[in-house]
Design a protein around this ligand. Structure first.
Ligand SMILES: Nc1ncnc2c1ncn2[C@@H]1O[C@H](COP(=O)(O)OP(=O)(O)OP(=O)(O)O)[C@@H](O)[C@H]1O
Ligand SMILES: [Mg+2]
Length: 373
């Protein structure tokens, strides 16, 4: 087991700088998830930690040791790729034993390591099979088993579940969680899947265009995104953004004047804002309601997505470039073309300055869960 410390890390391909100013502390035994849009540098960062990419500048430490110039095989890490990369002509047993054989381990040591990993992953009855005789999920487990046998101090996973169907992903997600509980080894995991990130991570790292936007627990990122990018990236469907101007600032928060004339209070610390400042209100679909009283906006109903016990309602409004999205009860009946009024609670509103940075939410608005961190 080991902590990972990254200081001022950068990556250049020729003159093209694809990562910069990366500073990150990963504690021993922590489960850290990297998320971000395609091309933001998740795999590159993982591969630099693994030793599969050179580090252009900065420092990478695993445990006490600076690893920049240490070859991949000597870093004490094991990486599992999306493609599994199993040897097709070898049995599962041999696939899992291969690395240990190369490392010159004894037959007894190899056998004990392979059996141990196979048992953890429930593939001990399949060890004589070849990879082609396995399902995708079973193959994925062999790739993980091969990593476990190496007893690494850090596991690296690059979208390990993205080739699996939805049901299997859910099952394997739970197994990853169990695996981490059992092994208690540091794990770094890249995914595009919001639910995987939220459920597996002790700490999520949000990347964008080669930089870290925010690092925090899933709850912190959901309740206290540092900027508009993170607010829009964490949470699905994404947060609604409505532009407005500051109409008043008080102890209760900031009153925002919206297009159309209505005003919405956001329970944020607005001390540094001035009247007339341009701001953007952020409200998640689960916190935007069909107005019971005075609406903040009117919008044209456009579509309803039925998802079982709730639905997402889409509505076009001049106040927002993208359609507004509201999470509503599944029982809702609404005629196409209807105009709806929407409202929100002050305590559920986020507020962003023009440069995209978030105005801190008032303590009273903080979710009790967030206070624990
Ligand atoms: N060998 C390379 N030469 C030049 N540029 C590269 C090379 N490998 C990656 N890049 C660039 O580095 C950036 C980060 O790529 P990376 O593969 O890390 O993204 P990612 O976040 O893993 O994306 P995805 O979610 O699509 O897997 C991209 O702009 C990519 O084009
Ligand atoms: Mg990638």
């Amino acid at each position: 087991m080991a902590a990972v410390t990254i200081r001022n890390l950068a990556k250049r391909y020729d003159d093209n700088e694809v990562m910069r100013d990366i500073n990150l502390d990963i504690d021993d035994g922590e489960f850290v998830v990297f998320v971000g849009p395609s091309g933001c540098g998740k795999s590159t960062l993982l591969r630099m930690i693994a030793g599969l990419e050179d580090i252009s500048a900065g420092d990478l430490n695993i445990g006490e040791r600076r690893m920049n110039d240490v070859p991949a095989a000597k870093r004490g890490i094991a990486m599992v790729f999306q493609s599994y990369a199993l040897y097709p002509h070898m049995t599962l047993y041999d696939n899992m034993a291969f690395g240990l054989k190369i490392a010159g381990k004894s037959k007894a040591e190899i056998d004990s390591a392979v059996q141990h990993a196979a048992k953890i992953l429930h593939i001990d009855h399949l060890l004589d099979r070849k990879p082609r005789a396995l399902s995708g999920g079973q193959r994925q487990r062999v790739a993980i088993g091969r990593a476990i046998t190496r007893q690494p101090s850090v596991f690296l996973f690059d979208e390990p579940l993205s080739n699996l169907d939805a049901a299997l992903r859910v099952k394997m997600r739970l197994e990853f969680s169990k695996l981490h509980d059992d092994l208690k080894t540091t794990m770094i995991y890249v995914t595009h899947d919001q639910i995987e990130a939220m459920t597996l991570a002790d700490k999520i790292v949000v990347l964008s265009a080669g930089r870290i936007e925010q690092v925090g627990s899933p709850q912190e990122l959901y309740h206290h995104p540092a900027n508009r990018f993170v607010a829009g990236f964490i949470g699905s469907p994404k947060m609604n953004f409505i532009d407005g101007i500051v109409a008043a600032v008080s102890d209760e928060g900031v009153l925002v004047q919206l297009p159309g004339g209505a005003r919405q209070l956001a329970a944020v610390e607005g001390g540094a804002l001035a009247l007339g400042d341009k701001v953007t209100l952020g409200i998640r679909p689960e916190h935007l309601h069909i107005a019971a009283g005075q609406p903040i906006l009117h919008a044209h109903f456009t579509a309803l997505e039925l998802l079982g016990d709730f639905s997402y309602l889409y509505a076009a409004s001049e106040a927002s470039e993208e359609p507004l999205i509201l999470r509503v009860a599944d029982s809702i009946k609404i005629a196409s073309g209807s105009i709806i009024g929407v409202s929100a609670d002050a305590g559920r509103c986020h507020l962003f300055r023009q440069d995209g940075s978030a105005v801190p939410r008032l303590a009273i608005a903080r979710d009790p869960a967030a206070a624990v961190h």
